[in-house]
Design a protein around this ligand. Sequence first.
Ligand code: FNR
Length: 345
Amino acid sequence: MNRRDNMNRKDAHVHNAEMQYQTAATDFESVRFVHPSLSHQAFHHIDLSTTLFKQQFDRPFYINAMTGGSAWTKRINGMFAEVARECHLPMASGSVSAALKDASVTDSFTIIREVNPNGFVMANVGADKNLEDAKRAVDLLDADALQIHLNTAQEIVMPEGDRDFRKLEDHIVDIVENLDRPVMVKEVGFGMSYQTMHHLQSLGVNTIDVSGTGGTNFANIENARRENKEFSYMADWGQSTVISLLEAQPLMSQTTIVASGGIKNPLQMMKALALGASAVGMSGQFLHSVLSEGVDATIEMVKSYDEQLRLLMMVLDCQDLDELRNTDLMITGKPAEWSRLRRIN
Ligand code: FNR
């Protein structure tokens, strides 16, 4: 039995996610900006602010949901919270389910608030959790908002995964209607279709993170935990972040769409924002950075992202994110073919 067999599930997720960092192909290569040559912008006049949950944020990116539930992940959440505090970044916890079941791991989540008492924090639960659980998750972190994750593709590959999805929709409706915090429904890296997002919209969901393929891959992460690795054929399951954002286009006037999945640098962030995302969540990139470089270097990385985003806005002649959304894009390859063949109605 190796070290990984002994690991708790949350530690194995972190370990396996970090092992596969940088291995996935994204569709961002198929999205190109049309370079405009003449610009009218000045660095200090660039406005990167965005609105999420009817609240304004200075930067359009945040630390997306990851972890909690063990001693190791407590340390990791502490590091994320320090970065979030120093950089004024919103941050999501990992799924709080573990703490709802086992009070002894609560501190691996509450460390987020201890380290960052005034920051914008999102609690996270699966849609298998009901309103009562959602309230407990929010209370635990004194959270400003709640993320509900949809992870059916992960659950089916997970040996001990959920085998009954009949309650997911009822839980979402109940939580959206009755929780006194704004709610974001998110995928965990398999992307969303127009039909899924349209349906969520009809249930009253106002904010959706498409979280597509191209980055952390939970089919591979869970398959690696299976003795016989039967589900390697699921490695390519789902829609990329780029394709999910294309699917979301008809919904963007009414629903706030957020992008995550495989976003690791400012150019990819810019492409997601140009495709209409209101903000960008990053998990794998922040995990890799705190584990391999530490907190101080991650804070420097965020500052550098901020500078790079402003510089890229300058070369694209865009003063703010509204202008970026109207800039010229060339979409080729698989996403272009997908859009051509797909009937969205
Ligand atoms: C995740 N993700 C995740 N999502 C969620 O809603 N609840 C969770 O508990 C977790 N747990 C988790 C653990 C680890 C180690 C990672 C790396 C990720 C999924 C995450 O929020 C995001 O949707 C995907 O990881 C895709 O984004 P990246 O990693 O490609 O930037």
